[in-house]
Design a protein around this ligand. Structure first.
Ligand code: PLP
Length: 398
C-alpha cells in the first residue's frame, strides 16, 4: 500500500525535533524567556550584510527569467568558476568549474554523494558521534552505515576501532570537522594518520575508498584553529559543502559537491553525481542563492558571538563539574552526562527548564548536546539553571 520504511521515517520525528516542539509548548505555558532551549542548530547570528545587499542588487539588476529560472543541473558556470577561484586562492588548490555540482545544502550534497558512490551492499563508515541523518541518507542510497566510535576523552578517531570496521565492502568514510554534535576539529595529526590508513587499505583491497568530507562548519572555528583542507591530503576526497551555517542561511538551501580531478575515475564519478541529483529530483540548486554565492565567498556571520557563547558555557561547566571534549568549532558542546542514562539527565534538566539533547541518536550514548547558536541573553539567564542542575547531581565545584 505504501512504503513501510518511509512511513517509519516520517512517523518518528527526530529526538531533536521532539524536544524543540516540547520547548514551544513550554514557552506558551510559562513564557519565552523562562525556557532555555539548546536543542536546534539553527544559527541565531544574522547573515552578514553582504547577503541582503546582494539579494537586493540581484533582484534590481538581473533579468527575472535568469534570476528565477532553472540553471543547468550542475549549477551556473560563473558561480562554479567563482567558487573554484576562491578555493584555489585560499587553499592553493587547482580546481575549476567542472569539479563542482551546486546543491540545495549539505543534506542534498550528502544524499547525492552517497547515492552516486555506492552500490547496494556497500558500506559507509560513520564516526560516532555523528549527524543522525547520515544513516538515513546512507540507507536511502541502499548502503550500509557502519559505526565506528571515537575515543571517549578526545572524540578523535579511534584507529583500532577503524581497523576492525573496514572491510572489502567499505566504499566510503565520512568525516565531519568541525563536528556536529561535539564541536571537535580533527587535528592535522589525525587527518594524516587517517589518510595513510586509507591509502594502505586501498592498496590492500585494490579498490578506491572515498573520503567524504561533510563541511558545513568549516569556517566556524575559534582561537586560530585551522581545519585541514582534505583534498590536499587524500586524492579520493569528495567534499560536501554548505553555506547554511557559515552564512546563517539554513532555510535557503545552498551548497555544493566538489569532485576533484585527482579522484579515481573523477569524470565518471562526477557524472554519477549528476545522475544521483537527477534520480533524487533535485533539478538544480535554488537559482537566486546560487547567484548570491560569488559575493559571499570568504564571508561569514559574526563568529565572535558564537565564541563568546561557547566561553560563557565552558566557564560555567568548569564550575559545575561537568566535563566536555575540547570544542574548537561549530556551535555545539558535547557534555558528559554525570549518570549513565543521558535521557534521564535531560529529563532532570527539564525541571530547571533546560532543554538538552541526549546523545543516543548521535550514536554515542552517555552525553548531551548543547547547541549554543542561541541569543547570548538566553545563555546568561540559563547559567543559574545549569548550576542548580549540577547541585542536583552533586558535581558543583565551589
Ligand atoms: N551535516 C551536518 C554535520 C549538519 O550538522 C547539518 C545540519 O545541521 C547538515 C549536514 C545539513 O546541513 P544543510 O542545512 O546544509 O543541509
Amino acid at each position: 500500500m505504501y512504503s513501510k520504511e518511509m512511513y517509519e521515517l516520517g512517523a518518528h520525528s527526530s529526538v531533536i525535533r521532539e524536544i524543540f516542539e516540547y520547548g514551544k509548548r513550554r514557552k506558551a505555558e510559562i513564557g519565552d524567556d523562562r525556557v532555555f532551549d539548546f536543542s536546534l542548530g539553527n544559527p541565531s547570528v544574522p547573515a552578514p550584510p553582504v547577503v541582503n545587499e546582494t539579494i537586493k542588487k540581484l533582484c534590481d539588476t538581473m533579468e527575472p527569467t535568469a534570476l528565477h529560472g532553472y540553471t543547468s543541473a550542475v549549477g551556473d558556470q560563473g558561480v562554479r568558476d567563482a567558487i573554484a577561484q576562491y578555493l584555489n586562492r585560499t587553499y592553493g588548490t587547482a580546481f575549476s568549474a567542472k569539479n563542482f555540482y551546486m546543491t540545495a545544502g549539505a543534506a542534498a550534497s550528502l544524499s547525492i554523494t552517497f547515492k552516486a558512490l555506492t552500490e547496494p551492499g556497500d558500506e559507509i563508515i560513520l564516526f560516532a558521534p555523528f549527524f543522525p541523518e547520515y544513516s538515513v541518507f546512507a540507507k536511502a542510497a541502499g548502503a550500509l552505515p557502519v559505526i565506528v566510535k571515537c575515543l571517549p576523552d578526545t572524540l578523535q578517531i579511534d584507529f583500532d576501532a577503524l581497523e576492525r570496521a573496514v572491510t572489502p565492502q567499505t566504499k566510503a568514510v565520512v568525516v565531519n570537522s568541525p563536528n556536529n554534535p561535539s564541536g571537535v576539529v580533527l587535528s592535522e595529526e589525525t587527518v594524516l594518520r587517517l589518510c595513510a590508513f586509507l591509502e594502505h587499505k586501498q592498496k590492500e583491497y585494490g579498490k578506491p575508498i572515498f573520503l567524504i568530507s561533510d563541511e558545513p562548519y568549516r569556517e566556524l572555528v575559534y582561537d586560530g584553529v585551522t581545519v585541514p583542507y582534505l583534498t590536499k591530503y587524500y586524492a579520493n576526497t569528495v567534499v560536501c559543502y554548505s553555506f547554511s551555517k557559515s552564512l546563517s542561511l539554513p532555510g535557503d538551501r545552498i551548497g555544493y559537491i566538489l569532485v576533484p580531478d585527482e579522484v579515481a575515475n573523477s569524470g565518471e564519478i562526477y557524472k554519477a553525481v549528476c545522475g544521483a541529483g537527477r534520480a533524487l529530483g533535485y533539478v538544480c540548486a535554488p537559482s537566486l542563492f546560487q547567484f548570491l554565492v560569488p559575493a559571499c565567498l570568504g564571508q561569514t556571520s559574526d563568529v565572535s558571538i558564537y565564541k563568546h557563547n561557547r566561553d560563557l558555557l565552558l566557564a560555567e561547566f568548569a564550575r559545575d563539574g561537568f566535563s566536555v571534549a575540547k570544542p574548537d568549532g561549530a556551535f555545539y558542546l558535547f557534555l558528559k552526562s554525570p549518570v549513565e542514562s543521558a535521557a534521564d539527565f535531560c529529563e532532570k534538566a527539564k525541571d530547571f527548564e533546560l532543554l538538552l539533547v541526549p546523545s543516543d541518536s548521535f550514536g554515542f550514548p552517555g552525553y548531551v548536546r548543547i547547541s549554543y547558536c542561541v541569543a547570548t541573553g538566553m545563555i546568561e539567564r540559563a547559567l543559574p539553571a545549569f548550576r542548580k542542575l549540577a547541585e542536583a547531581y552533586g558535581t558543583l565545584k565551589d
